[in-house]
Design a protein around this ligand. Sequence first.
Ligand code: SAM
Length: 239
Amino acid sequence: MNEPLKIDVLTIFPEFFSGVFEVGIIRRAKASGIVEINIHDLRSFTTDKHRKTDDRPFGGGEGMVMKPEPIFNAIEKLIGTCERERYPEGTKVILLSPQGFVFKQSLARELAEKTKRMVLICGRYEGVDERVNEALVTDEISIGDYILSGGEPAAVVIIDAVTRLLPNALGCPDSAVRESFTENLLDYPQYTQPREFRGMKVPEILLSGNHKEIEKWRREKALEKTRKMRKDLLELKDS
Ligand code: SAM
């Protein structure tokens, strides 16, 4: 049995995560030792009386910025060093940020395959003091071109997408092979019982038992959907 993927989340709102990892695939992956998820309150890594995790930005401007000290303290405690070059092999320190590389299924796969330890830093307010990025972060990741109020929802997205790709996390391993973004295609349409619902019938071909023809139909439908919704994926496919 592989060692579990160890995931640590640094946040000033640990309560955000209550319950989110207690359902479905992630709950099962935790229970069977495939993944270990620990949520850390950044305030517990402060050293001042007021347990301050943010302060005013130098140079003026709106809002607050997350201070570097609690984050450096947390990394030192969790990883044993704040020197990125000395992180143990397979360690990723990820800053959730709208300025990062946009998270995609290919990156989820890479993280699931190559990572042993992942520390996710959730920003809030105007963001995180840049020295965290300069010294500690191995990967700056965005989950899309929009602004969230904090990194916590982004951390949940990454943990979910990566965990389900870990060996033995899915009840049916084939589901991760045949889904949207594999081969730069979207998934084909799915149907279940009843065969007819409110006058809408399941396509005959799916009831035919002819697996070769079903496969062909699904491929065509996947291409059709991708052409309609995500032409950009097809361009990637051909490049
Ligand atoms: N001032 C920052 C900017 O314009 O780039 C936005 C800060 S945002 C309000 C607060 C925090 O939410 C960020 O530090 C980051 O951790 C998180 N966040 C916001 N949007 C995100 C996204 N698209 N992907 C990942 N994290 C995001």
